[in-house]
Design a binder for this molecule. Structure first.
Ligand code: ADP
Length: 571
């Protein structure tokens, strides 16, 4: 039954009960009124007539007028006969009145007439008494009926008042709770209401909605699981080792290749802290150390039955949580890129360059010696043209020697074969050697070399030959990348335990974005026209670091450049 119908029935019933109660009350009051009216109309009037006639007969002598009055009342009485036996008594009274009319002064007739009146009065008095009893009974039955009906009405009304609010409010409360559960993603929530009203229809619609949501959520979950499996399979089949960590460094996944190169078993890794696994695994330990230092050096690992090289790639995973604006790191990937093939090619290249530059060195040296003999005119006099040619060949041979020297140096650095011979020496001796080696170049460009060295600096601990090579390389760069007729300054400074050598020029300068890259092998600032290999600064950096020092640059485009070498002080 519909709620609307139920409400209509409920309120209708209340209305009906009120109407019933009112009708009953009206009926009972009417009955009482009727009883009273009966007494009044039927008996009281007769009593009144009789009492009036009685009064008339009280007179000492009845006149014609009294008789006329008596007759008048008698006629009225004859018209108001209401009780059984009243007609006979009234007829008797009329007979006595007829006697009285014939002889108004006759005491017997008067007496008879008055007795007749008494009888009528008594009959009506009895009737009044009887009717009063009936009215009393009517009143009693009214009270009974009204009480019973009121009790029934009260019970029905109470039942309605007690049940109706709950009947409407309870399903609403259940529904609200279920909606709350759905909002909290508990899609298994359902509501059940008995009956066939609007709430049942609502519950049915709600359940359909919840079912669809559940289906949707499950299908999404299914999809996600399939996607997860797909990605896991992909990661597992990657040729490169991959390791996934959460924000607390707990290992979330590790692929087959990573297990293979690390020698670990899957159950030893998944869900474990990387630090814990690192305690008994060298690879994970070195990966973590590199992750901490954020360095990206190449790792040498025995894999694929040979010494292999891997480059570590650390990729942090950050997300922007729903409703937030800042991103949050939720973990990281470590990918080891197998660079063995490139390394092998690189080694082949390095060996080739080493061999070639080594092989070049001897013929170039003999060319230079021959040129020296020619220039000294030990083999005969040269004309001016020949002298010019010899000088040109000498310059080229010099450049070739420098280049092969750089190539040889870099191959030594790359193969780790460069030997460092550390000794205590003065910075000034190193600078003098370097200046001597580059003076000719400076003179050629009209560049003045200012030597601004402090006289009493402590000794430095360095490889003299390599340090001189570095300073002369920096001086030659300063001269090469400066304009003609400018100056280059070499300065020494003491900074705590460090002795600094500063080479400053007022040349082209280097753009900030290239200032770190110039130390990379073979890198040359785009647009650099002077010939060169891009190796000088890379070698200088490697040599400085091998000696326990370092090199850095400060440069302003258009103003000039200062390279600073930091040597450790000898103890
Ligand atoms: P190379 O000089 O043989 O090219 P380097 O490694 O010595 O190689 O230098 C790398 C690059 O750095 C150079 O090509 C040049 O562009 C830039 N550079 C080096 N020194 C200076 C300097 N003093 N002034 C301006 N640019 C410089």
């Amino acid at each position: 039954m519909k709620i609307k119908t139920k409400l209509a029935i409920g309120t209708g019933m209340l209305f009906l009960l009120i109407t019933l109660l009112s009708a009953l009350a009206i009926r009972q009051v009417n009955l009482l009124a009727q009883d009273t009216k009966n007494i009044l109309v039927a008996n009281y009037i007769s009593l009144d007539y009789a009492r009036n006639m009685y009064k008339v007969t009280d007179a000492p002598a009845l006149t014609q007028k009294d008789l006329a009055t008596l007759q008048g009342y008698l006629v009225k009485q004859q018209q108001n006969i209401t009780e059984i036996g009243e007609k006979e008594l009234t007829d008797d009274l009329a007979r006595h009145f007829a006697g009285l009319q014939s002889d108004p002064q006759n005491g017997v007739y008067i007496q008879n007439f008055r007795q007749g009146l008494n009888s009528i009065m008594k009959l009506n008095m009895d009737a009044i008494q009887r009717k009063s009893l009936t009215a009393e009974k009517t009143a009693e039955s009214s009270v009974w009926w009204i009480s019973c009906t009121s009790a029934v009405c009260f019970m029905l009304g109470f039942t309605l008042i007690f049940n109706l609010p709950g009947y409407i409010a309870n399903p609403i409360r259940d529904l609200t709770e279920s909606i709350r559960q759905i909002a909290a993603k508990n899609y298994a929530q359902r509501v059940y209401f008995k009956g066939h009203d609007e709430f049942t229809t609502l519950a049915r619609s709600f359940n359909t909605m919840a079912e669809k949501l559940q289906e949707y959520s499950n299908s999404n979950l299914d999809k996600l699981l399939i996607e997860k499996k797909r990605i896991e399979t992909l990661v597992n089949n990657l040729h490169d080792p991959v390791l996934g960590l959460d924000e607390n460094n707990t290992i979330l996944f590790i692929n087959e290749k990573a297990l293979q190169v690390s020698g670990l078993k899957r159950q030893q890794t998944i869900g474990k802290k990387a630090e814990e696994v690192a305690l008994h695994n060298d690879l994970i330990r070195s990966l973590l150390q590199q992750a901490d230092n954020n360095t990206n050096s190449t790792l040498k690992i025995y894999a694929d039955d040979k010494e292999s090289y891997f480059e570590k790639l650390l990729a942090p995973i950050s997300i922007v949580p729903t409703g937030e604006t800042d991103d949050r790191t939720i973990g990281s990937f470590i990918i080891l890129r197998n660079v063995t093939a490139y390394k092998e090619l690189d080694f082949a290249k390095t060996n080739f360059i080493a061999t070639v530059s080594h092989e070049f060195k001897t013929p170039i040296a003999s060319i230079k010696m021959s040129l020296q003999l020619l220039a000294n005119e030990q083999t005969g006099k040269l004309n001016d043209e020949q002298k010019g040619l010899v000088e040109g060949i000498n310059d080229d041979a010099e450049r070739l020697l420098r280049t092969t020297g750089e190539l040889l140096n870099i191959t030594q650095v790359e193969t780790g074969r460069s030997q460092i011979k550390m000794e205590a020496c003065t910075a000034n001796s190193i600078i003098s050697n370097a200046v001597a080696a580059t003076q000719k170049l400076a003179d050629y460009k009209g560049i003045r070399l200012n030597i601004d060295t402090a006289p009493d600096l402590p000794l430095i601990f360095a490889d003299k030959e390599k340090a001189a090579w570095i300073v002369s390389n920096l001086l030659s760069n300063a001269i090469r990348y400066s304009y003609e007729n400018t100056s280059v300054t070499v300065k020494t400074l003491q900074n705590n335990d460090t002795i600094q050598v500063l080479i400053t020029d007022t040349g082209t300068g280097i753009e900030p974005k290239y200032q770190t890259r110039i130390f990379d092998k073979y890198f040359r600032v785009p647009g650099t026209e002077k010939e060169g290999t891009g190796l000088g600064l890379a070698i200088s950096k490697e040599f400085m670091e091998a000696q326990g020092g370092d090199i850095n640059v400060k440069s302003t485009i258009g103003e000039g450049t200062t390279f600073t070498l930091n040597f450790t002080q000898a103890v």
